[in-house]
Design a protein around this ligand. Structure first.
Ligand code: XIL
Length: 498
C-alpha cells in the first residue's frame, strides 16, 4: 500500500522509476495562492493551536486567513450571562497577527450555539441579548476581523426561510437588522451571509438568490456570500462542476464577493480502496478551487480545518477523512490537487500512474492468474523489461495486479497497457471484483492480437458494494499454450479532457 503512495508523496525513493516523478512540495499554499490571485484560509481550533505544534505550524505557514472554528460563536464566548470569555479568540487573534494573517469572523447570528441562559421564548429578551452580543463581539474584534459571517444558515433546504428559533421569535427583519448593526459597529469589515447546500444549483441556491435580492433591494449592507461547501461524495452522484460554476456566476452578477467558506469533502461512503477515495476527494477539491479561480467574484477558499486528526466531521457525523492533511499531518492527494489548481495546472491525478507497470524494477506487484509470470529483459514495448506469462492452461490465465487500494467509486479510471499476443488471438483487459455483491467481471478493453506490441486501453467507472474484498486488473483471452507479454501498464484517473 505504501508503494501506491509513491506517486503522491515521495521523490524517487525506491518506488520504481516510473513513479515518484514529483518532488515533495512544501511551498506554502498562500504563496501559490498569491500568484493565482486567491485568498486561502482554514478554520482553526483553539485547543490544537495551543497543544499541537505540527498543526500550529501548518496553520501558520499555509493560510492567509484563519476562521476561528468555534471561538467567536455566542455560547463559547458568553457561556454565563455577562461574563464574556474572550481568551480563546484573543489567543487565536495573537497567533494570526504573529503570522501576518487576518481573521474571518464566524458567526454572529446563528440558530445554533445560543447560550442556554438566553430565553429564546421571549422575543424581546432574545432580541436584546442578541444585539448586545453582536455589539460586544464586533467591537472586541474591530480591526482584526476582516470579514464577518453576519448571518449563518437562515435558509431551509427548500430555499424558504428556515423555521429557526431566531426567525420564529424575531421575524424576517432580523437579518437586515443584523447587517445594518454590523456595518454600524464595524464599518471596515466586509459583511457576508453564509450557508450550506447552496454551492450547486437547486431550490436552496435559488432561495439564497431571492434572499440576496431582497436584502439588496432594501439597501442592506451585504458584501458577500459564503458558500460553505461541505461536500459529501456518494456513489450515486458526482459533483456537478458545471452547475457550481453557473451558480457562482449568477451570484457574482449580483455584485457580491463569494467565498467557498467551509470546504471539506467526505469520502467514507464511497466503496473501494482508501487511496481511491482520497483520489475522488482530490478531484473534487481541484474542481472547487478551479471553479473559484475561474469566477472573478470568488476571492477566497477556506477549508473547514487542516488535518483529519481534528475534523468536526469525525465528531459530528462519523469517521471520515475530509481535509488536506491526514491524521499524521501528512499531505494528502487533496493538498496536491489544491497546489495543482493554484498553479493553473491540470490535476495530476489524470496523468500520474497509480502503479508501476514498467517492470524496470521487477514485477512490482504483478503476478498471474495462472501459468507462470516472469520479468524478462529485452524484446520490450517501451522499456528494457517486460512481464511474460507462460505455461498458460486456461484462456483466463494471464498477468494480473491488485487494484483494490486505488480503485473506488466516484471516479472513472483509465487503465492502459501494451500487450503482445499471437496474431488473431483474442486479448482482453478485465477487472475481477469480489465484493458484497459477489464475484463480477468488468471488461476494460478488448482487442485482437496483431502478433506485435499493441495498446489495450479502456476507461472504467465502478459500481462497488462495500465491503470490497478485492479488485484485480488482469489480461486474458488467448488460447491455452500461447504466451501473453505485458509492458507499460499505466493507470490514472480518467479526466474529461483525456
Ligand atoms: C462546527 C464546528 O466545526 C464544530 O467544532 C462545532 O462543534 C459545531 O460547529 N457549519 C458551520 C460551522 O457554519 O460553524 C460548523 O462548525 C460546521 C457547519
Amino acid at each position: 500500500m505504501r508503494r501506491l503512495w509513491c506517486v503522491w508523496t515521495l521523490w524517487a525513493t525506491g518506488c520504481g522509476q516510473a513513479l515518484g516523478k514529483r518532488a515533495p512540495d512544501d511551498v506554502p499554499l498562500r504563496a501559490l495562492a498569491d500568484k493565482a490571485g486567491l485568498v486561502v484560509g482554514a478554520a482553526v481550533s483553539w485547543e490544537p493551536l495551543q497543544q499541537d505544534p505540527g498543526y500550529a505550524a501548518l496553520a501558520a505557514r499555509h493560510f492567509h486567513v484563519l476562521t476561528p472554528e468555534n471561538a467567536l460563536k455566542w455560547a463559547p464566548i458568553e457561556h454565563t450571562e455577562g461574563a464574556r470569555d474572550t481568551r480563546r479568540i484573543d489567543d487565536i487573534a495573537r497567533f494570526a497577527a504573529r503570522n501576518g494573517q487576518s481573521l474571518r469572523g464566524h458567526t454572529l447570528v446563528w440558530d445554533l450555539e445560543i447560550p442556554s441562559w438566553v430565553d429564546t421564548a421571549d422575543a424581546h429578551a432574545l432580541d436584546a441579548a442578541l444585539v448586545s452580543h453582536m455589539r460586544a463581539t464586533l467591537s472586541e474584534n474591530r480591526g482584526r476581523v476582516g470579514v464577518w459571517d453576519v448571518v449563518n444558515e437562515a435558509l431551509a433546504d427548500d430555499g424558504q426561510r428556515a423555521p429557526t428559533v431566531l426567525h420564529n421569535a424575531l421575524g424576517e427583519p432580523h437579518i437586515a437588522q443584523a447587517f445594518r448593526l454590523a456595518r454600524a459597529e464595524d464599518p471596515d469589515a466586509k459583511l457576508f451571509y453564509n450557508d450550506y447546500g447552496v454551492l450547486w444549483p437547486g431550490p436552496k441556491a435559488d432561495g439564497l438568490l431571492r434572499l440576496v435580492d431582497s436584502l439588496q433591494a432594501q439597501d442592506v449592507p451585504i458584501d458577500g456570500v459564503g458558500l460553505q461547501s461541505h461536500v459529501h461524495l456518494v456513489p450515486e452522484g458526482r459533483l456537478d462542476h458545471a452547475g457550481i460554476r453557473a451558480n457562482l456566476k449568477r451570484l457574482g452578477e449580483r455584485g457580491l464577493e463569494l467565498h467557498l467558506s467551509e470546504v471539506d469533502v467526505r469520502v467514507a461512503d464511497l466503496a473501494g480502496g482508501h487511496t481511491g477515495r482520497l483520489l475522488a476527494q482530490a478531484q473534487a477539491v481541484y474542481g472547487l478551487v478551479d471553479a473559484c479561480l475561474d469566477e472573478p467574484a470568488c476571492t477566497t477558499v477556506t477549508f473547514w480545518g487542516i488535518s483529519d486528526r481534528y475534523s468536526w466531521v469525525d465528531r459530528t457525523i462519523g469517521p471520515d477523512d475530509p481535509l488536506l492533511w491526514d491524521d499524521d499531518l501528512v499531505p494528502k492527494p487533496a493538498l496536491f490537487a489544491v497546489q495543482d489548481a493554484l498553479r493553473g495546472k491540470p490535476w495530476r491525478g489524470c496523468s500520474d500512474s497509480l502503479l508501476d507497470g514498467s517492470f524496470e524494477a521487477g514485477a512490482a506487484g504483478f503476478s498471474s492468474t495462472g501459468g507462470r509470470a516472469s520479468v524478462e529483459r529485452g524484446g520490450t514495448s517501451e522499456g528494457r523489461h517486460r512481464l511474460v506469462v507462460t505455461d498458460r492452461t486456461e484462456a483466463w490465465h494471464g498477468p494480473q495486479v491488485d487494484a483494490s487500494e486505488w480503485l473506488a467509486e466516484g471516479l472513472d479510471y483509465r487503465i492502459s497497457a501494451k500487450v503482445k499476443v499471437p496474431k488473431g488471438a483474442p486479448v482482453n483487459a478485465t477487472l475481477r471484483i469480489e465484493d458484497a455483491a459477489g464475484t463480477r467481471y468488468v471488461s476494460v478493453a478488448a482487442a485482437q492480437g496483431t502478433g506485435a506490441w499493441q495498446a489495450l486501453s479502456g476507461v472504467v467507472a465502478l459500481d462497488l458494494h462495500a465491503p470490497v474484498g478485492s479488485v484485480h486488473w488482469y489480461v486474458e483471452g488467448p488460447p491455452p499454450g500461447q504466451d501473453i507479454e505485458l509492458d507499460g501498464v499505466v493507470a490514472t484517473v480518467a479526466c474529461p479532457s483525456g
